[in-house]
Design a binder for this molecule. Structure first.
Ligand SMILES: N[C@@H](CCC(=O)N[C@@H](CS)C(=O)NCC(=O)O)C(=O)O
Length: 248
């Protein structure tokens, strides 16, 4: 039985691996455990009917295991740990949630239009906690060996770096030396190189979320990418592009 990983296809490029950090977490786990698998891409803007029947919530990642479709990266990574215990990736329980505030803080800061609303500071505080942890326990979250916490954090830190760099011209301050080295270490792993989305797809994936107005939090009408500008795939209506460009 070869496992099948259903992963997000890139926005506007249905044959290219997309930018879902939860999918990459599972993908990294399969690679690090050297479990054979087949990758299947799902266009999340136009999900096939059979996929919605097998997985009514419609989200990726989904793992086909023993003829069952299993969604959710938490559930999948736990299953993989049980069925393929070698190499063990479970972290010590006290380290299981290290860094877990970073992704929600990154998202709030990315969407923020008010530089004094405290969202940047919240992100800096979350990064500071990771810096302190790594100072004592690094270079990975649990020392020398990579664990599942690292595999969950790596794609999120990658999205943070790419999206904040692109949309806000922001980067992790230089004094976070342990966090910056940690990111280098994670991003240079063979498994990461093999499973990461291209930067332009990460940017295209975040662009519609950047277009959501604070007072009107409904997602905009997303259509297939129709134009390139500044090397970025543009999606959505023309007036929304100008609103997006006005904000970068
Ligand atoms: N809690 C889920 C989150 C998965 C998730 O949000 N996936 C997104 C892509 S990054 C998705 O499938 N979005 C498409 C949709 O919601 O229709 C997990 O950890 O697997």
């Amino acid at each position: 039985m070869v496992l099948e990983l259903y992963a997000k296809a890139a926005t506007g490029a249905p044959d290219v691996l997309g930018d879902c950090p939860f999918t990459q977490r599972v993908h990294l786990t399969l690679e690090e455990k050297k479990i054979p698998y087949e990758l299947r891409l799902i266009n999340v803007s136009d999900k096939p009917q059979w996929f919605l029947e097998a997985n009514p919530e419609g989200k990726v990642p989904v793992l086909k295991f023993d003829d069952k479709f299993i969604p959710d990266s938490d559930v999948i990574t736990q299953l993989l740990e049980e069925k393929y215990p070698d190499p063990p990736l479970a972290p010590p329980p006290e380290f299981a949630s290290v860094g877990s505030k970073i992704f929600p803080c990154f998202f709030k800061f990315l969407k923020s239009k008010d530089p004094s609303d405290g969202t940047e500071q919240e992100l800096l505080d979350a990064l500071s906690a990771l810096e302190e942890h790594l100072k004592t326990h690094g270079p990975y979250i649990n020392g020398d060996k990579i664990t599942a916490v690292d595999l969950s954090l790596a794609p999120k830190l990658y999205h943070l770096e790419v999206a904040l760099g692109h949309f806000k011209g922001w980067s992790i301050p230089e004094h976070f030396t342990h966090v910056r080295n940690y990111m280098k270490l994670l991003f240079s792993r063979e498994s990461f190189e093999k499973t990461k989305a291209a930067k332009e797809h990460v940017i295209a994936g975040w662009a519609p979320k950047m277009l959501m107005k604070i007072e009107d939090p409904k997602p905009v009408d997303i259509r297939v990418p129709t134009e390139h500008r500044h090397g970025v795939l543009l999606i959505g209506r023309r007036e929304e592009w100008s609103c997006w460009f006005a904000n970068i």
